[in-house]
Design a binder for this molecule. Structure first.
Ligand SMILES: Nc1ncnc2c1ncn2[C@@H]1O[C@H](COP(=O)(O)OP(=O)(O)OP(=O)(O)O)[C@@H](O)[C@H]1O
Length: 258
């Protein structure tokens, strides 16, 4: 039995009448590349926000490496790295300054921060843009500098909300390599994505969410079950098989304005 990196029990979050997360119990195994997948509005971001201490749950507990996220926030924050959705960065700092600031905030010595920042900027192909202000970065560059800031203190568990969105294929390959190396050393990556092929090729372990609940969780083979692809299993698990794909939009196409 593998040790759990993250233990979620009875997690709930409501926004008014809307139940965003409706009672999740989940243990995420340590040292794995874990994919959290689900359709739009399934509750992935809300779950990740509660798990990383960014959003207070209505009910339930989350433990990371045996520490309660909401009772022991300081020790948790030293152990995790987070690339949140809608990442807010210090826009008026350059990429290098941002890493310098993040590293010092984490209590790392200045020369170690400089060394790690140089290596991360190189690996993520941001060295040429390191003195540019973050406000002038492209979407993909923002993801990469956010990822570098999340990795700088070598966390035990890394949480990434849609890390590959807006990232070009070359950078995606690099990010993948960095993350594979990171998990091979025993660390855990938890990431959310809509791209099933990507999840299928990267993840050892998957949790499928829909309407605020976990529909399936386990190894890739367990979640795929009898389906040849994760996409097939996903569509069945979230109840989207046989859904109308727009056949009634008979006015669409052909280019003639009518
Ligand atoms: N701050 C908020 N106020 C009100 N409703 C919210 C809020 N945040 C999320 N919700 C609602 O909670 C539900 C889950 O949203 P969430 O962003 O967690 O889904 P998601 O799985 O991350 O979706 P996506 O894949 O589209 O990013 C949605 O119905 C959403 O409208």
């Amino acid at each position: 039995m593998t040790e759990a990196a993250v233990r979620i029990r009875g997690l709930w979050k409501r926004f008014g009448q809307q139940v965003a997360v409706g009672g999740i119990d989940l243990e995420l195994p340590a040292g794995k590349f874990i994919g959290l997948v689900g359709p739009n509005g399934a509750g992935k971001t809300t779950t990740l926000s509660m798990v990383t201490g960014l959003l207070r749950p209505d009910e339930g507990t989350v433990e990371i490496a045996g520490h309660d996220v909401w009772r022991d926030p300081v020790s948790i924050k030293a152990r995790i790295g987070v690339l949140p959705e809608g990442l807010r960065l210090f826009e008026r700092l350059s990429g290098r300054e941002l890493l310098g600031y993040s590293g010092r905030l984490r209590g790392l010595p200045g020369d170690e921060v400089d060394k790690r920042a140089t290596q991360l900027l190189d690996v993520l192909d941001l060295a040429g843009a390191q003195h540019k202000l973050v406000v002038d970065y492209s979407t993909g560059m923002r993801k990469k500098i956010g990822l570098a800031a999340a990795l700088l203190h070598n966390p035990e568990v890394l949480f990434l909300d849609e890390p590959f969105e807006g990232v070009d294929p070359v950078s995606a390959q690099t990010i993948r390599g960095v993350l594979e190396r990171y998990t091979a050393s025993g660390a855990t990556v938890v990431f959310s994505s809509h791209v099933m092929e990507l999840v299928e090729s990267l993840c050892d372990w998957i949790a499928v969410m829909a309407a605020g609940r976990i529909r399936a969780a386990g190894t890739l083979d367990e979640v795929r079950g009898v389906h040849p692809t994760l996409q097939g299993a996903f569509l069945e698990l979230v109840g989207a098989n046989g859904r109308d794909t727009g056949s009634h939009l008979d006015w669409l196409g052909g280019g003639a304005a009518r």
